[in-house]
Design a protein around this ligand. Structure first.
Ligand code: 6GU
Length: 245
């Protein structure tokens, strides 16, 4: 998968994307992430990408021309359906598991990260195929949001996660929060590991994990339970997380 990011701060990339699971995918070329400087697409010699808002008000607004130019150049001959443009703004659709799966189905993505007071509205109406937010709070720019989006989308790209860590096993795929995990020692400062996990009885362990996942979801995120089945997943495939590097 190829992801291009249009930004005023290309030096922020790959940043944290260079470490861990996504870092390995970038090294192998399973996922390609390239940051492009929006100023390179400004028409004038001052490389101006922003201007004062019509109607007045504080701050500056990103001009349409450089953003349209950048996305059109990067898209080349690819149709928008193959290389959709995602605009990162706090007004967008909130990123969740389902949206990350949807986005991962495209062979390419072009992400536009903004700064200042925002984008000229004609970018949203005439260029962007989607508008994505990563949550209900304000970041100073879309770059960190773009990184979060790349990380969650990359996990669905075949070959990014190891065999035993497929993304379809992860917690939000099952619709439940993850069950508690334990490792050695069996007792730490008086706190012990639940007996069932030491039992070697895989059927009992699977049921216990499912119960714990359900209970956690019930108490912490009850809204996630709407429409979730109450049966445990396939044997030997508990919700998992990838190993660190
Ligand atoms: Cl995508 N951009 C900015 N600037 N702030 C955000 C966001 C995006 N998502 C949540 N807050």
């Amino acid at each position: 998968m190829r992801i291009d990011i249009v930004t005023l701060f290309p030096d922020m990339f790959p940043g944290p994307l260079g470490s861990g699971v996504v870092g390995r995918a970038l090294e192998r070329g399973t996922v390609e992430v390239t940051a492009h400087n929006l100023r390179d697409y400004a028409g004038d010699r001052h490389r101006q990408v922003d201007d004062i808002p019509y109607g007045g008000g504080p701050g500056m607004v990103l001009k349409p021309e450089p953003v349209f130019k950048a996305v059109r150049v990067l898209r080349g001959d690819d149709p928008p359906a193959a290389a959709p443009c995602g605009q990162l703004t706090p007004q967008g659709r909130r990123l969740d598991h389902a949206l990350s799966v949807e986005l991962a189905a495209h062979p390419r993505l072009i992400l536009v990260a903004g700064r200042y007071e925002g984008f000229d509205e004609r970018i949203r109406t005439g260029l962007a195929d989607r508008e994505v937010s990563i949550g209900d709070y304000i970041l100073s720019g879309g770059e960190l949001a773009a990184m979060v989006l790349v990380e969650v989308v990359a996990r669905h790209v075949p070959g990014v996660l190891g065999d035993e860590d497929s993304a379809s096993d992860d917690s939000f795929s099952s619709g439940l929060l993850e069950h508690p995990q334990y490792t050695r020692p069996p007792e730490f400062e008086g706190a012990t590991v639940p007996e069932v996990l030491l039992s070697g009885n895989h059927e009992l362990i699977r049921k216990w994990r499912h119960e714990m996942a359900l209970e956690r979801t019930r108490t912490r995120r009850p809204e996630l339970l709407d429409g979730v089945g109450s049966q445990p997943g396939p044997a030997g495939k508990p919700a998992s997380k990838e190993k660190s590097r």
